[in-house]
Design a protein around this ligand. Structure first.
Ligand code: NAG
Ligand code: NAG
Ligand code: NAG
Ligand code: NAG
Ligand code: NAG
Ligand code: NAG
Ligand code: NAG
Ligand code: NAG
Ligand code: NAG
Length: 822
């Protein structure tokens, strides 16, 4: 079933059963209901773009009335009537009651949904409902009039279409917003809402269960401040209108042959999706949030978030961390405070121009449209002692100004030329110290660079020594800081008690030890309630472990997918740092694949499902979660298997979070596992989603062959598969005992996909979305793989090292940390 479901849907957002093509009208009248009969009576809009009818998501008995694209292969449901109350089975009917209400009932006449419309009591004409070519379903009381008594555009579900109005609609007084589906196959309202916030200066927010999680910013005359590239100049025009009681937003698409929809996914990502003629799937034009800085108020009051900065958060100039100790360990929520208080009465304050920013939260700010220029804005702000900052309200015309009177929250700094100027009020002394710093920059740089370098090196050494001593002598303060860091981050994650864990694991008894990882041992445990857990206990001395610990907590706390191992909580107490995971009954994939006896338990179907599951988990990491995540250490020992042998990707200690448009990273410290590392990563430290794809390819080939790619020159699995492939003998490499029981074309397709993933040039390797598409499609459609890349670094690396501790090797060009046998 999973296989059937895979066909062609890798990229599809919604799984739908097939609809038979029908030639139907675009209207319903009270005398002709629409039945759930396989689509023959479905409405199709006059231009053939949209279709209305019943659908039921694959694998369920739930039937819904919906609107979707009529004539494309990925039909994408854009509106659902009875999203809260599905009909069980195919007995539904959609009809227009003679009083002008559209209703969904089943054959027992149970009411499942009704439009809130009602026509005028004067019933001279009979009402009619029409599906328009923009996807709007409208009810008119009088077929000969344009007056609409109800329209679906006023009640969007998860999709914002061109022609809809988003925001507070003056006529109805409603705040029109969109709510995600609960999950891919379930249109019920999910956790995420994209809505306009009308407090202060209106701005868009992404909400999660009535909490603001990301702010798209106010409209600045050209774009939403937090989504600077969303105005794809050549394709989509966005509009915004502000009047005394109306704050609305809409868009138009210039090329009528291009389909565009804006939606919020069940995972909480706002997406602008596009379909052009000849597409196989919807293409994401833009997505939001893009990076950690889009997380609302990431850096606390008066903090600045810079996704490209080394520390993510810093203070606005003239401000300092309120709580420096927490600030140093990623505890940013306290934010920053002024170095020098303002001196309004003596009128000595001035303004610092902060360029290229997403304006701070405007929910407590005010806008003055009568102000003509920035000079006037400045004067008004100076006059008012509670004014802390101002900015132009419309960067296109330069008119109007926004005034802030409180803390400045949720500022993001762009270093790619986007964003606008924010004028922050500062005390004279802070401004002066800043400008003197600027004026003498060049000379100062020359004079101080050498001493500064020396001081820096010295300071680093001192800090390292001090930290090490501190861990040894004064564990309580150190772990206290850790504890705070974890709590400050507001991770929404249960903190486990050390005593609970000690009890669960029999005091970390060696009998319960599942294995030894690079950062410490992993124990099996059982909580009082009977739940089985795996506890990763970080070695107390490893400094490296601290960073990886934070990283793992930060990364995985944000993720949830059935092919990722779930973090249940963490424990920072008494100098201990532990991560608590759901327990995976069947351990890691390598213990099956490379074991003479256990490998027989994996037949082809299981292996195929494991490949599919890993690919889905990776798709989530690379594309579907709210952040782009590169795992950097994919290998069979990091793939865990649950009791049903479903694969789950684990170990995010080295994962990197990326902003949406950023695709390549570079690191001086190459860390990963030899044999799975792509050449460009192993040799130059360049990593991207394509280095994960390489590792994935190696895993696929290992799953098929049951052989380990240990990377040594004389025994390289990739080389072996490649040479057999070239001679059309690839099937010979398939693990012996599955040899007789597999569909040859499917296995060959997987080998080919594996080879495509390990190609030498990263740009030749497919994206994971394409991999999933290929897994579900006919092999003849695939490209021909080119020669695989070999990460041959030379003899310095002892690949036979079975040590479980990290080994640090370096030459003058690179340093590689290898963690084996976790
Ligand atoms: C549907 O699409 C096909 C192929 O793209 C085209 O030939 C056909 O005319 C389209 N039908 C309608 C009703 O738009
Ligand atoms: C319709 O009513 C009959 C009898 O009252 C009941 O057995 C049946 O389950 C109902 N069907 C649905 C879909 O509710
Ligand atoms: C219109 O008719 C439907 C079905 O008969 C009924 O459920 C609904 O309450 C009526 N609406 C109004 C406003 O009378
Ligand atoms: C979204 O719209 C609904 C219906 O108008 C409203 O009840 C809800 O408060 C809105 N949500 C937000 C976050 O504005
Ligand atoms: C501004 O931020 C500071 C520092 O976190 C905080 O103490 C203060 O209460 C905030 N003031 C307002 C008005 O929110
Ligand atoms: C204004 O300036 C005077 C002297 O320059 C200083 O003593 C006084 O504290 C200042 N007023 C305020 C409110 O800071
Ligand atoms: C200062 O600005 C705030 C917010 O704009 C406003 O409420 C207040 O009335 C202003 N005070 C004066 C003295 O203008
Ligand atoms: C901003 O200025 C432009 C150009 O003058 C104007 O067309 C637009 O309507 C203004 N936007 C708002 C929100 O006032
Ligand atoms: C971060 O830097 C990259 C490369 O310089 C750039 O493309 C990207 O837009 C930057 N991101 C932000 C938010 O400034």
């Amino acid at each position: 079933m999973a296989h059937a479901a895979m066909r062609g849907i890798a990229f599809l957002l919604y799984l739908l059963s097939l609809f038979s093509f029908s030639i139907a009208g675009d209207s319903l009248t009270p005398t002709q209901p629409l039945l759930d009969d396989g689509g023959s009576g479905n409405l199709v809009s006059a231009g053939g773009r949209f279709e209305l009818g019943f659908f039921n998501p694959a694998g369920t008995q739930n039937h819904y009335v919906g609107i979707w694209y009529h004539n494309i292969s990925d039909k994408a449901v854009v509106w659902v009537a009875n999203r809260q109350r599905p009909i069980n089975g195919g007995s539904g009917r959609l009809s227009l009651a003679s009083n002008g209400t559209l209703i969904v009932t089943d054959d027992n006449s149970t009411l499942f949904w009704s439009s809130s419309s009602s026509s005028s009591s004067n019933r001279a004409y009979s009402p009619v409902v029409t599906l328009r070519d923009d996807g709007n379903l409208v009810i008119r009381d009088d077929p000969n009039s344009d007056s609409v008594s109800w329209q679906s555009f006023d009640f969007p579900t998860d999709t914002f279409l061109s022609g809809m109005i988003f925001g507070r609609d003056d006529s109805s007084g409603r705040n029109v917003n969109i709510t995600s589906w609960a999950s891919t196959g379930d249109p019920a309202p999910g956790s995420y809402v994209l809505a306009m916030d009308l407090d202060g200066v209106p701005q868009q927010f992404l909400w999660q269960d009535s909490e603001q999680v990301a702010r798209l910013g106010p409209w600045n005359g050209v774009y939403l401040g937090g989504v600077p590239t969303i105005n794809s100049q050549d394709l989509i025009d966005y509009f915004f209108m502000v009047s005394s009681r109306e704050f609305i937003y809409w868009y138009t698409v210039r090329d009528p042959s291009v389909l565009v929809r804006v939606t919020v996914t069940p995972q909480g990502s706002g997406q602008v999706l596009m379909w052009v003629e000849g597409s196989q799937s919807w293409i994401s034009q833009d997505s939001y949030p893009r990076d950690l800085c889009d997380h609302y108020a990431q850096c606390g009051p008066n903090g600045v978030c810079d996704p490209n900065g080394s520390a993510i958060c810093r203070c606005i100039q003239g401000f300092r961390p309120k709580n420096p100790r927490n600030w140093g360990v990623w505890g940013w929520t306290d934010g920053c405070v002024r170095k020098t208080e303002l001196d309004c009465r003596n009128a000595t304050d001035g303004f610092f121009t902060f360029s290229n920013v997403k304006l701070p939260d405007t929910s407590t700010s005010t806008v003055d449209w009568s102000t003509r220029s920035l000079v006037d804005c400045r004067a008004s702000c100076l006059k008012n002692c509670s004014c802390t900052a101002f900015a132009s309200a419309n960067i296109s015309s330069g008119s109007g100004c926004i005034f802030w009177t409180a803390n400045l929250t949720d500022i993001k700094h762009y270093n790619n030329g986007f964003g606008q100027d924010l004028y922050v009020r500062l005390a004279r002394s802070d401004l002066e110290s800043m400008s003197s710093g600027h004026g003498n920059k060049r000379r100062v740089a020359v004079i101080v660079v050498a001493p500064v370098l020396a001081t820096f090196l010295l300071a680093t050494a001192v800090i390292l020594l001090w930290r090490r001593r501190k861990t040894r002598n004064n564990k309580t303060t150190d772990h206290h800081a850790d504890e705070e860091a974890v709590e400050e981050k507001n991770l929404d994650m249960p903190l486990f008690d050390l005593s609970t864990l000690a009890e669960a694991t029999g005091d970390f008894c060696t009998d319960n030890k599942l294995g030894e990882g690079g950062f410490g041992p992993v124990y099996k445990g059982k909580l009082k309630e009977g739940q089985e857990i795996a506890v990763k206990r970080l070695s107390k001395t490893s400094m490296q472990g601290t960073d990886e610990f934070k990283n793992e907590v930060m990364v995985i706390a944000k993720l949830q997918h059935r092919n990722l191992v779930r973090l249940l909580g963490c424990c920072v107490q008494g100098g201990e740092r532990m991560l608590i995971y759901e327990y995976m009954l069947n351990g890691s994939l390598d213990t099956f694949l490379f074991d003479k006896d256990r490998c027989r338990m994996l037949d082809w179907r299981m292996r195929y499902n494991i490949i599919l599951g890993i690919a889905r988990g990776l798709l989530y990491l690379h594309h579907d979660s709210r952040y782009r995540i590169i795992h950097r250490d994919l290998k069979t020992s990091n793939i865990l298997l649950d009791k049903d042998m479903n694969p789950k990707i684990s170990d995010f200690g080295m994962a990197k979070l990326f902003s949406g448009d950023e695709i390549i990273g570079n690191t001086k410290r190459v860390a990963g596992t030899y044999g799975y590392m792509s050449p460009e990563y192993a040799m130059n430290g360049i990593f991207s989603v394509k280095s994960d794809i390489f590792s994935f390819g190696v895993i696929v080939l290992e799953i098929i062959t049951g052989e380990k790619n240990n990377g040594a020159y004389h025994h390289n699995l990739l080389g072996k598969v490649w040479s057999l492939w070239k001679e059309n003998r690839a099937f010979e490499i398939v693990e012996d005992f599955i040899h007789h029981s597999f569909p040859l074309d499917e296995v060959l397709r997987c080998i080919k996909i594996g080879l495509l993933c390990v190609q030498e040039r990263p740009e030749d390797r497919p994206e994971i979305s394409l991999v999933l598409l290929m897994l579900g499609s006919n092999s003849s459609l695939l490209l021909e793989p080119k020669q695989p890349g070999f990460a041959v670094i030379g003899d310095q690396i002892d690949t036979d090292s079975s040590s479980s501790k990290g080994a640090l090797l370096s030459n003058n060009r690179l340093s590689i940390t290898i963690f084996e046998g976790r």
